[in-house]
Design a protein around this ligand. Structure first.
Ligand code: TRP
Length: 449
């Protein structure tokens, strides 16, 4: 089939730019906020191992499927399915993906807003006062229940996303990813240097790297698979969108391997930065979602140069959040520019505004709207649960099935373009046809029971 090649569509300026942008999408709050506490709750090293297996077995093939769908169609997720199988109903998968993207972005902006607030507190010196658990948690609770303040920081963060995405793929997303990702890496290395030189830090490394398989059970495996999925930005079309700006010389197999290794690598490094400090200060590694905003500020407060350290850390977290949020926003922007023929600036402002408004109930769900619940969950938890546990895995299965079964002969040609690796293609095809749908299907089913 001869597709309209959409001659005016932008391309990445370089392969490195593409890799850093895709890794920037993958590396986010999921790596630095979520991964360490989920690992802490699930027993450390055994979880880490299973997580890495999930990245390889499920993550890599589905990421490849998304990129090849994007490059083969040179479209946004909705248009991609329509272009590759005209007349079919597959566009629904793309449409659900775009909807999921709105939902994720809506609450992602809120958590990123918390991060910005803590960055602001660090710069102005407030962190050094959070010297004990009571002060740290009352500060956190005082903030998240203050709707006006949370929405203000959500708004500032939304604005940062608009600023980057409105400048385009090459001049915005790629340009800033090339600056921000190396910065993130340097910040992380600095924090690791501090953390592992604290007296007592070895216990943290032991916790991370000592196999304790007694903790291993079905729930741990499901958590690890869910984390791999979320962390790699799979299941809703981010990688379809980023793949649509790829040229035909790029090897999709090696690109997915690089992006996934960077993502898993940064998650492990975040663990190495965080656990030694947590153990050295005698805190609990299984402290749950509050680890980043309550335990870490306390850890910082007890160290010399508390505000410098916490500024570095929350800057790291803010950077990680920005490069992920822009990938979510770009999905909607590419939809609006491809399908609705809007200009990029108009698309960026309107789509970001919609995500902002959708996020306000999540922003208020710890304060003014705490009593508004659906199925027993507040808005924030509801959106998080629906997207991460249901919509993304469902999207992932359908994307794998599309690439493996529905698309037809086109997929082989497109996958070999730039790689020529027939053997690898066979392994990949088997993975998207059978392995990935079954593995992800299991997460979905078990999440319900
Ligand atoms: N991967 C990001 C993180 O680790 C979150 C994210 C960005 C995401 N885009 C996504 C998750 C798309 C699922 C789908 O924080």
């Amino acid at each position: 089939m001869q597709l309209d090649q959409n001659a005016t569509r932008e391309n990445w300026g370089s392969k490195l730019g593409f890799i850093l942008a895709a890794a920037g999408s993958a590396i986010g709050l999921g790596n630095i906020w979520r991964f360490p506490y989920v690992l802490g709750e699930n027993g450390g090293f055994a979880f880490l191992l299973i997580y890495i297996i999930c990245v390889i077995v499920v993550g890599l093939p589905i990421m490849g499927a998304e990129m090849v769908i994007g490059r083969g169609s040179r479209r946004n997720p909705f248009g991609a399915f329509k272009a590759l199988l005209p007349g079919s109903m597959w566009w629904v998968v793309g449409a659900i993906g775009i909807l999921t993207g709105f939902l994720i972005l809506s609450y992602y902006n809120v958590v990123a807003g918390w991060t910005l607030y803590y960055l602001f507190q660090s710069v102005t010196g407030g962190i050094s006062e959070l010297t004990n658990g009571e002060i740290a948690s009352s500060t956190f609770n005082g903030f998240v229940t203050n709707g006006g303040l949370v929405v203000l920081f959500q708004f500032i963060f939304t604005f940062l996303g608009i600023f980057v995405v409105s400048q385009g793929v090459k001049g915005g997303i790629e340009r800033y990813s090339k600056i921000l990702m190396p910065t993130l890496f340097i910040l992380l290395v600095l924090l690791i240097g501090r953390s592992v030189t604290l007296p007592g830090s070895m216990d943290g490394l032991k916790f991370l790297f000592t196999p304790d398989f007694s903790k291993l059970n079905g729930d741990v495996i499901l958590e690890a698979m869910g984390q791999a999925f979320y962390s790699l930005s799979l299941g809703m079309g981010v990688m379809i969108t980023y793949g649509s700006y790829l040229d035909r010389k790029t090897n999709i197999f090696s690109s997915t391997a690089t992006v996934a290794s960077l993502d898993a690598g940064i998650a492990v490094l975040a663990g190495i930065a965080i656990f030694p400090a947590v153990f050295a200060m005698g805190m609990d590694p299984a402290d749950g979602a509050g680890l980043t905003y309550q335990v870490l500020p306390m850890v910082f407060a007890q160290l010399p140069m508390a505000n410098v350290l916490s500024t570095l850390f929350f800057l790291l977290l803010t950077i990680a959040a920005i490069t992920s949020a822009i990938s979510l926003l770009e999905v909607m922007v590419s939809f609006a520019t491809d399908e609705l023929k809007w200009t990029r600036s108009r698309a960026t402002i309107i789509m970001a505004a919609v995500a902002f408004v959708l996020g306000v109930p999540s922003a208020l769900s710890f304060g003014a709207w705490a009593d508004v619940t659906v199925f027993g969950l507040g808005f924030f938890d509801l959106v998080d649960y629906l997207t991460a546990n249901i919509m993304l895995p469902l999207g992932g299965i359908l994307i794998a099935i599309f690439a493996g079964w529905a698309w037809g002969n086109g997929v082989k040609k497109e996958m070999l373009e730039g790689s020529g690796q027939e053997k690898l293609y066979k392994v990949w095809l088997w993975a998207v046809r059978i392995l990935a749908p079954i593995a992800v299907g299991l997460i979905l089913v078990f999440n319900f029971v």
